[in-house]
Design a protein around this ligand. Sequence first.
Ligand SMILES: Cc1cc2nc3c(=O)[nH]c(=O)nc-3n(C[C@H](O)[C@H](O)[C@H](O)COP(=O)(O)OP(=O)(O)OC[C@H]3O[C@@H](n4cnc5c(N)ncnc54)[C@H](O)[C@@H]3O)c2cc1C
Length: 466
Amino acid sequence: MLQKTMEEKEKSYYKGKGNMQNQYDVIVAGGGPSGVAAAIAAARNGCNTLIIEREAFFGGMATLACVPAFGPYTNGVQDLIGGIGREILEELKKGGYESPFYDRKSDRIEGIDWYPIDPEHLKRVLDYLVIKSGSKVLFHTAVTDVKTHNGTIEAVQIFGKAGFQWLEAKYFIDCTGDGDLAAMAGAPWEYGDAQGRVQAGTLCFRAAGIDVEQFMDYVRREGEDGNLSVASEKAKKDGHFPAGETKIGGMALQENGIAGLNFGHVYNLKPLDPWDLSRAEMEARKRLPEMIGFLREYVPGMGHCVLVSSGPYLGIRESRRIKGRYTLTKEDFKNRADFPDAIAYYSYPIDIHGAVPEENQGNEKMYHNSKYKNGECYGVPYRCLIPVGMKNLAVAGRSISSDRTMMGSVRIMCACFATGQAAGTAAAIGMREGGSLELGDVDTGLLRRRLEEQKVYIKNDITLRY
Ligand SMILES: Cc1cc2nc3c(=O)[nH]c(=O)nc-3n(C[C@H](O)[C@H](O)[C@H](O)COP(=O)(O)OP(=O)(O)OC[C@H]3O[C@@H](n4cnc5c(N)ncnc54)[C@H](O)[C@@H]3O)c2cc1C
């Protein structure tokens, strides 16, 4: 990559000034689950907010990678994910929510606590909620560089149809999933396992033409689950299961005979290397007919299903983990740890897909062994959102400060909504002091109270472990 000299940066910085509104209270980079929650929270709390998204719609992996379902919102007892995450779900349920697994009475998806996502509907829901919050929106625009001074980001460079421009803000929130903004600003980060490998990616896809009645008969008769385990085992015995796969990551019936599938892995992935991403996208696409072939042959009701869309972007499970003022660890997971500055609570097991096929069996065991009992949860400290050495930057979503094991849980979309809402609300608290307050100095007692007022679940009733 070409390294720009400081002089060149200065030149383009001043060229960008005057072309558009250049100054905001809060700029959010990335419009995935964490980004939309951060922007909505900051805007609702009175900040002049801009959210910048590289693609043409919000949703991140939920729309961009077609991930078929939101992970659990509850721990079987408490509604752990309230606030904006819950509002998004409720808005989604108002239309286009016809999964036969969904029981409106109990508001549950047959035994499991996962909610199917119709990506087209979700895009509109997120447009609506973000615009209604008052946040400004810039699609088709990537954040490409930053100008920092002494741990303070002064401006971000963006690139879109109008070329390069610089925008200033008092606070910045990195919700790019990859921690791009934090890395550009020089914040420390970690990546992958000891060998520098990350979880495999998946090109999720949607299949249409499912005979729902026949499919549901089969599901109920055989006790089939969202992983289509019965069909998969049969195909494995016949030697017809797609090579390199141990199971289907997940399937969610969305509406009228359409299902989303999280199925198939691309191994040895390097998600920060565009050359490898290009290789991975093509490799994953090439394998889709094999996946459809399996569904047609082995899953009753899917005999005539057709592939309607994939991606449009390879699903990326893991890349950078920012080094924050606190790193959430697997010990915290084991201890069901809570913290005085906890701003989110979650309970999803440790779900790490293999970087290479040989790792999958062991990781599946870890997933099952790490399941919490109903009612249990861990806390996410606010300090995990604040990168070491940075004054006006918070990170939310899957790249918050955690060790690799813990990231296998906090990467789930519900947790990303929660950390995003906390980051946006913290920036708004900072703005009450004109933007001079360092984000690391935000009064976390006040932040927790603000979040509770916004219907976020905050646990107040157990012995705290710092
Ligand atoms: C295959 C797969 C299956 C999964 N299954 C589930 C599941 O079943 N349930 C569940 O809840 N979670 C699941 N997850 C996890 C979850 O989807 C992600 O961890 C979560 O979406 C991360 O949210 P985020 O906001 O951190 O980032 P992302 O969702 O990755 O969003 C980041 C956004 O930032 C934008 N962006 C990136 N760089 C820039 C830039 N430089 N400038 C501007 N914009 C930028 C991207 O376009 C994107 O929209 C799955 C993930 C994958 C990949």
